[in-house]
Design a protein around this ligand. Structure first.
Ligand SMILES: [Fe+2]
Length: 268
């Protein structure tokens, strides 16, 4: 499986505090079936001042440590990018990294406040050639009264990432409710761990895949942790599952969306 959201790099944010913890996180991820992981520390202006250069150096350092420890986990550069008005410019300049230098990047809105110009920013990013992956909308407290914003972002071309722990209920009933609603509506493109440590918010995707498979079928659940993340890392075009669903007959949502894209020739 491929995990596109992790705070495994040591000392860059509120994730792993040490190399020892990062190695333990990697061991846990591999034991759970993860083979590839994007390292996505927070970039929050004024709080976590990370950027492409220091993240790439940290990935190199962890790669060397993984090699020495014989832990078979492939790493990729990325970031968990908080919204900022100059984000299109920062991405275009390469100062803020996308996922493995693709057009895709993790796009994190504030958890408790819906910014008034969020949709405008997403549209500017899309017209600049980037594809925002909206991180864990199910955990945003404003989703309750602003579900239409998530629907419009999805319709505009933003992909949707659920956090694995949300789907198994570890973030509470509201996050579970919206995880299931988003899966049932065929809106979820990827599942990622958003792991922050080896004891708290541990890595691992397999339990979430099993839970998702009960709602959308095994094929589509695997698309969320293997096929689509692989296409993202390879910078191949994929159609957001929400858009694919809109083209389906109502009864065919979710489970058959992945199959139909596969039949279209692997451009899903
Ligand atoms: Fe995150």
């Amino acid at each position: 499986m491929i995990d596109l959201h992790s705070h495994i790099l040591p000392g860059l944010d509120d994730g792993s505090p040490s190399l020892a913890e990062s190695l333990e996180m990697a061991r846990l991820a591999v034991a759970d079936g993860t083979t590839h992981m994007a390292c996505t520390p927070h970039i929050v202006p004024g709080m976590y001042e990370n950027g492409s250069a220091n993240i790439a150096r940290a990935v190199q350092g962890l790669e060397e440590a993984l090699r020495r420890a014989a832990i078979p986990l492939a790493l990729y550069v990325g970031a968990d990018v908080h919204i900022a008005p100059d984000l299109p410019e920062q991405l275009a300049l390469g100062k803020v990294p996308t996922l493995n230098r693709s057009r895709y990047f993790l796009f994190e809105p504030p958890h408790h406040v819906l910014p008034p110009r969020l949709e405008d920013l997403a549209l500017r990013l899309i017209s600049a050639g980037f594809i925002p992956i909206l991180t864990h909308p199910e955990r945003l407290t404003w989703i309750k009264s602003n579900y239409d914003v998530v629907e419009r972002l999805n319709a505009a071309g933003c992909l949707i990432q659920l956090t694995a722990d949300s789907i198994v209920g570890a973030f509470g009933r509201t996050a579970l409710y919206y995880s299931e609603k988003l899966i049932d509506e065929g809106r979820v493109d990827i599942i990622a761990s958003d792991t922050h440590g080896a004891t708290r918010r541990r890595p691992g995707l397999s339990q979430a895949v099993a839970a998702a498979a009960k709602r959308c079928g095994e094929d589509e659940a695997h698309n969320m942790v293997l096929k689509r993340p692989g296409q993202i890392l390879a910078n191949r075009p994929i159609e957001p599952v929400g858009k694919a669903r809109a083209k389906q007959a109502p009864g065919n949502a979710g489970r058959f969306a992945g199959l139909s894209r596969l039949l279209k020739g692997g451009t899903a």
